[in-house]
Design a binder for this molecule. Sequence first.
Ligand code: ADP
Ligand code: MG
Length: 317
Amino acid sequence: MDEFSVIQNYFQSLTAPREDVVFGIGDDCACVEVPLGQQLLISTDTLIAGVHFPLATTPHAIGYKAAMVNMSDLAAMGGMPCWASLALTMPEVNTTWLAQFAQGLKDALNPYQVALIGGDTTRGPLSVTLTLHGLIPEGKALRRKNAKPQDKIFVSDGLGGASLALRSLKEPLLKPDHQKILLEKLNYPKAEVELGVLLRSYASSAIDISDGLAADLEHICLASGVGAMLLEEDIPLHPLLKTYLGEDALSLALQGGDDYALCFTIPPENLEAFQTQLTSLNKLCYCIGTIEKKPGLRLKTRDHTVKTCRLKGYTHF
Ligand code: ADP
Ligand code: MG
């Protein structure tokens, strides 16, 4: 099978058509309509076998995750995902692999009516690059740079589950049913799209936690020229972290990547309205600390001593 048949068989009709796609797969470019008063948000993420997912990851999970990590970036900016393009490099045409991969991609894109509108198909070591385009009302994109002292810091989920799953693949650690739960967390992250849309109206800054809470919150702090005080007792841990890690649980929750929860800041005057809206969204978020003027990341422990965090998230180089 050549690449044209691959495209036609697996990707051409993968997603439902959208009215705003003038034309998609099949020409040199795709063409879409951007509504008046909206701006384009564009995000690209590459997944390399052995770096971003363990080699044993199922093709379905690879397809799903490639879409979700980009949707998570869009969610962190308050955007609605609309159109995707896929650069796929693979060592050979394996039809079983392709069918499962395409299904995973579809399962992630369909709930948000995202259309696959183009891409590139090449031979080489397995690598999946997805570019996602989304819409945001003009001027409403949530940046990393506008957190202010006194803003409250939130996260949208319990942390550390994905990195505990990763660790468990290197050393036998977990009971099989727990391993299953955690691998699900690692392989099938959920982008917080609806929460992101809500945050447009209330948050001063937001980021998605891909490299670990400490590292990603630090990005907000550096971009905003502020610091942060976290309260140890308020940081939500994935429930299985305590079971397996005891005292080390917190450090994994702070440093572990791949959770794709949102971390965001809410100014004091918006707190009440935000909490009300959150309830109507039926979504739980956790207040974990406060933005401060003094730069750096600090942690107030259960016995009220303040420690400076010198924790590093994941870096490639
Ligand atoms: P070109 O040579 O002009 O770049 P290609 O032959 O690479 O075009 O691709 C043909 C069409 O198929 C284009 O519309 C392209 O966007 C689309 N396409 C190629 N690979 C993929 C893919 N993996 N997923 C979705 N669309 C793809
Ligand atoms: Mg061309």
